[in-house]
Ligand binder design. Structure first.
Ligand code: PA5
Length: 447
């Protein structure tokens, strides 16, 4: 059973989604029978049940060693190879996890690299690692992605200088393909402990594999509870009936809204700890659906912060928006507004009320205002932020995305469009084999 609740009462299409009963069932069958396009990448569907228990134990063991030996785990990866871990660690940890003294947090500080090509970022990172004990988890399914490969080359040399090559070897963990790719070869040559990205799980669906689990566990999060949540969601959302399946209702509602011209879906959160869940969600939906000239554009806002910047547009701008709100019934921590004897700020009417009470009123007030402004809202309520519920959320969004892609008529498991920039970049960098493209591109640039 799932503990997530989907409320479509403010979506304006609650009564219209029934028309998608048959297409939803068809999409369900394509997914569950493995007969849809991209079916070779649907290993995530049964993963919460079928995952490799022996590897899971090895992940837990490696994470315990990392926590015991290191102040910092440096996670090197990009896209699906880091966003899930970052989403989980942000949502479930102290807001200032990395800054807390080690005795006050359950795991290592977690820093990220290889998700940009910034020399300033990498140089600054070395400054903060200088006096720390560091372990590294380099993550790349293909093992050939440029951004993490460059970062790892730098970090590997830095680790070997800081420690002996032998000690560096013990502190580096590689998560990559079972058999192929440059990273796998390097890891085998160097003797790094390796973890596997299953062949049938694409990057953006891989958070519940070693890709997400090792960094999440190193941060001190309970990965057993995370998998238990995903497993319960898998059972809850296996029901082919639209009326009985909230995950399918979400997929149906956003597609009906898309058909009505709502081309942009905003992921909305009222907790800053959800910023990277939003980033993970954007990758999942953007890469899965944005192809063949179609697809809802996924974007995100954090309220109430962004009500003071994007709020005007959302309320009054071009009417192409729908919102998906992820909210908690209960915050991770609670605090009340204090009484003030002078009441100079006029806030005594809130004295004794919790900050979360104010946040919930901001949510309700905004919801009604935006619906009045023709921005339909879908609301997903989560009892509280913990690993079990996040496991459910990850699975909910993954499955809704697969079904939604099939409703749209695209392959939700490939990403051919991300190759275009890579080819141009390699050509412009002078990579061997790209000589003709280099000349053609350079001819288009100002001299
Ligand atoms: O979802 C995807 O497939 C991509 O975002 C990849 O995760 C990203 O490009 C990183 O690829 P890799 O893990 O091969 O380095």
């Amino acid at each position: 059973m799932s503990s997530l609740r989907l409320d479509l009462a403010y979506s304006t299409v609650e009564s219209a989604i029934g028309a998608l009963e048959a297409p939803i069932r068809h999409a369900h069958d394509l997914l569950h029978h493995g007969s849809g396009v991209g079916h070779e990448f649907t290993g995530w569907l049964q993963l919460p049940e079928t995952y490799d228990r022996a590897e899971f134990d090895r992940i837990a063991d490696a994470a315990a060693r990392i926590r015991a030996s290191s102040d910092v785990l440096l996670v090197i990866g990009i896209g699906g190879s880091y966003l899930g871990a970052r989403a989980a660690i942000d949502m479930l940890s102290h807001s200032f996890h990395n800054q807390l003294p080690r005795s006050r947090r359950p795991g290592c500080a977690i820093h990220f690299a290889g998700h940009n090509i910034s020399s300033s970022y990498l140089s600054d990172l070395f400054d903060i690692l200088e006096d720390k004990d560091v372990s590294v988890n380099v993550i790349s399914k293909s093992g050939t992605t440029t951004e993490p490969a460059i970062a790892f080359r730098l970090i590997r040399q830095w680790m070997e200088k800081k420690y002996s090559p032998d000690e560096a070897r013990r502190r580096i963990f590689a998560t990559t393909d079972r058999a192929k790719g440059a990273l796998k070869r390097l890891a085998d040559e160097q003797g790094y402990e390796t973890f596997v990205v299953p062949d049938d799980v694409g990057g953006r669906y891989s958070v519940l594999t070693a890709v997400g689990l090792l960094p999440i566990a190193a941060a001190g999060v309970d990965i057993t509870a995370l998998m238990a949540g995903a497993r319960d969601a898998m059972a809850a959302y296996a029901n082919p009936s639209l009326a009985a399946n909230a995950c399918y209702q979400y997929a149906a509602a956003r597609n009906v809204l898309y058909g009505q011209g709502k081309q942009v879906e905003l992921f909305v959160a009222y907790e800053p700890s959800l910023q990277h869940l939003a980033e993970w969600w954007k990758q999942l939906y953007g890469e899965s659906e944005g192809k063949e000239g179609k697809g809802i554009f996924p974007a995100s806002v954090l309220f109430s912060t962004d009500l003071h910047s994007m709020g005007q547009y959302i309320q009054d701008g071009l009417r192409m928006l729908m919102e998906t709100v992820v909210r908690f019934d209960k915050p991770r921590r609670e605090l009340a507004v204090p009484q003030a004897a002078d009441d100079r700020d006029g806030l005594n009417f809130l004295a004794g009320k919790t900050i979360d009470f104010v946040n919930q009123k901001a949510f309700t007030g905004t919801l009604l205002a935006h619906v009045d402004g023709q921005v339909p809202n879908m609301v997903i309520s989560v009892p509280e932020p913990n690993a079990y519920h996040l496991g459910q959320l990850f699975y909910f969004f993954e499955k809704a995305c697969g079904v939604s892609g099939y409703l749209l008529g695209v392959n939700p498991f490939d990403q051919p469009g991300v190759e275009a920039y890579k080819r141009n970049m390699f050509a412009l960098l002078g990579k061997p084999g790209f000589e003709a493209e280099k000349a053609a591109l350079e001819a288009r640039l100002p001299r």
